[in-house]
Structures are given as C-alpha cells and as structure tokens.
Design a protein around this ligand. Structure first.
Ligand SMILES: [Zn+2]
Length: 65
C-alpha cells in the first residue's frame, strides 16, 4: 500500500500569464494561480476550501461580457 502525501492543491491557471503561488490559510498547502487581480496570497483554496474564485483576465465582472 502506497500512501501519497498531497502537498499541493489544484492550480488555477488560465492562459499564459506568469503564475504566482498561493498558500492556503486553511490547510497550509499551496497552489499556482495566474489571475492578475490577486492581492492576498494567503487565502482558502477557491474550489477545495470554499475560497473566492480568482478573477480571470478577460472575464472581469466589472467589464460585463
Ligand atoms: Zn492568485
């Protein structure tokens, strides 16, 4: 039996912008993200831990559709 220790959460990468690294304030795990609008790097993971989803470049809510 092999125990795989999961140390990262799913990445939030859209397109080819440079990524940055977030650290979860819940679990301490990390993930990569390339939203240009992130201000906080220590947050709950968007899909795994109930955090807010990152804003995707080109899909900014304030620009409409
Ligand atoms: Zn981010």
């Amino acid at each position: 039996m092999t125990i795989v220790k999961i140390e990262t959460l799913p990445d939030m990468i859209y397109g080819t912008r440079p990524a940055h690294k977030h650290t979860s304030s819940v679990s301490g795990l990390s993930w990569q993200c390339n939203s240009p609008y992130c201000e906080e790097m220590v947050i709950p993971h968007p899909s795994e831990e109930g955090g807010l989803p990152p804003i995707i470049q080109g899909r900014e809510p304030w620009k409409g559709r």
